[in-house]
Design a protein around this ligand. Structure first.
Ligand code: ZN
Length: 453
């Protein structure tokens, strides 16, 4: 007769109990999905979130982007630490503030001791590639480090067609690496000024207008420096042209999304490096101020554990992109980063991060002392004029357009935030690597794109 001993019976009971408990745990919390094997980071240069459907815009500029947003997490209050292309992308790709990675102007390269996202992922066996579309990201400055393939497709001022070569190269590379673990970085300049697109897009977005505004960088530079005045009708026309360009790019984005498919093993992050001014505070283009129209960026994460349809109101920053990706794929960060992994915000553990104090800087290595700096904490934001030392304080919850300066009424808050900004400046002092000397042609290109005065 087969008998079970007392010990065996207890063991069977224990196993059954453990299985039951495990089953209950499974019902409460589904097993975590495996880490993504593929990561695609897309930077759509100069993309203002307020002009996208998924951020509340009432024009149909972004149907494909909106569809991605519905299947992922939308960070509603994401910002850039810098108002222009080079330092902002360096922050996106290093997890550091500009004053930590040192790439604050065109005169230096990225220091050898600063690890990039591509460096780290390549060292952990990921195939890495980038296709970029701005001189700011050309191999001159060091952001190509860690990418096994890095292609700079020259941006063309005045172009109307989408830059199809960017998508073509990305789609081709995806086809060659479908079975690999990989990191692909795609950057496009199509939305950046000049605001021009094909007639079929302009017909849909540009309302009747007979004034002088043409949406070119050259004209907007004149408006920014006070040599030309644009009235409300002119500015509306400029924004119509900008919107047409977004829609044109959105169709191009569709080609990339179709090639990616909806493989759950792919983490897709879509963002921008900075926004754009349309006269809200008298300025145009970007790069000089830290107002919300310039520092707010879209940030959408699909896959990598990010649940569909969630919107996160906690403040986030471009410096968080690298730590978020590394945590999702299970690769340790290279030393201390300024940014944090954002996943706790979509796992319902906002307290793990909370509202941080975030900084906006990158002022051309002192070459442009009129560029403001800013610091924000939750609903408060302080701008400091570096030339005069004067400050403006805004309550972003009550006054999201930064119209009512409350610095005079809140001297204690001004003092606290100013002290935070000064402490930040003292503790973040990286100066970059070796010098970069631009050729006259390269300088001319930067001027035509609005980067050099
Ligand atoms: Zn840019």
């Amino acid at each position: 007769m087969l008998r079970t001993s007392g010990i065996a019976a207890r063991a069977v009971l224990f196993v059954a109990l453990a299985a039951a408990l495990a089953g209950a745990a499974c019902r409460q919390r589904p097993a975590a999905p495996p880490p993504p094997r593929r990561v695609v980071l897309l930077s759509i240069d100069t993309l203002v979130p307020a002009h996208l459907g998924c951020y509340g815009y009432d024009r149909a500029t972004s149907p494909r982007l909106d569809a991605v947003a519905r299947t992922g997490v939308v960070f509603e209050r994401a910002t850039s630490p810098a108002p222009w292309t080079l330092p902002a992308h360096a922050s996106m790709l290093t997890g550091l503030y500009p004053s930590s990675h040192g790439l604050r102007d065109h005169d230096v390269t990225l220091a050898a001791n600063v690890a990039t996202l591509a460096d780290v992922l390549a060292a952990h066996g990921f195939a890495t590639a980038a296709v970029v579309n701005s001189h700011n990201l050309s191999p001159l400055f060091g952001l190509q480090r860690g990418f096994q393939q890095y292609e700079y497709v020259k941006e063309e001022v005045g172009r109307r067609e989408p830059t199809r070569a960017i998508t073509d190269r990305a789609v081709e590379w995806l086809g060659q690496h479908r079975d690999d673990r990989f990191f692909l970085f795609v950057h496009t300049y199509d939305v950046h000024s000049d605001y021009r697109s094909l007639p079929e897009y302009e017909r849909r977005f540009v309302r009747p207008y007979a004034g002088p505004a043409d949406g070119t960088t050259a004209q907007l530079l004149r408006a920014r420096t006070g040599k030309l005045t644009l009235d409300a009708a002119d500015i509306e026309h400029v924004q119509d042209l900008y919107d047409a360009g977004i829609r044109q790019y959105d169709d191009e984005l569709g080609r990339l999304l179709d090639a990616l498919g909806d493989d759950p093993g792919t983490m897709l992050i879509i963002t921008s490096d900075h926004g754009e001014e349309f006269g809200e505070h008298g300025g145009f283009l970007h790069g000089r101020t830290q107002f919300e129209e310039v520092v707010r960026i879209p940030l959408i994460v699909r896959g990598g554990g990010a649940p569909a349809g969630l919107r996160v109101a906690t403040t986030a920053s471009l410096i968080d992109v690298m730590p978020t990706i590394l945590a999702a794929v299970g690769v340790p960060a290279p030393g201390a980063l300024d940014g944090v992994d954002l996943a706790p915000l979509w796992r319902g553990d906002a307290d793990a991060i909370g509202e941080r104090t975030l900084f906006h800087e990158a002022d051309h290595n002192n070459a442009a002392p009129d560029v403001t700096r800013a610091v924000r904490h939750d609903r408060e934001k302080l701008h400091v004029d570096r030339l005069t030392g004067s400050a403006m304080l805004f309550d972003l919850a009550a006054d999201p357009g930064e119209r009512r300066d409350v610095a005079a009424a809140e001297p204690a808050r001004v003092g606290t935030l100013r002290a935070a900004l000064e402490a930040f400046a003292k503790t973040h002092t990286a100066t970059g690597g070796g010098p970069v000397t631009l050729t006259p042609e390269q300088l001319e290109r930067l001027k035509s794109l609005g980067y050099v005065r």
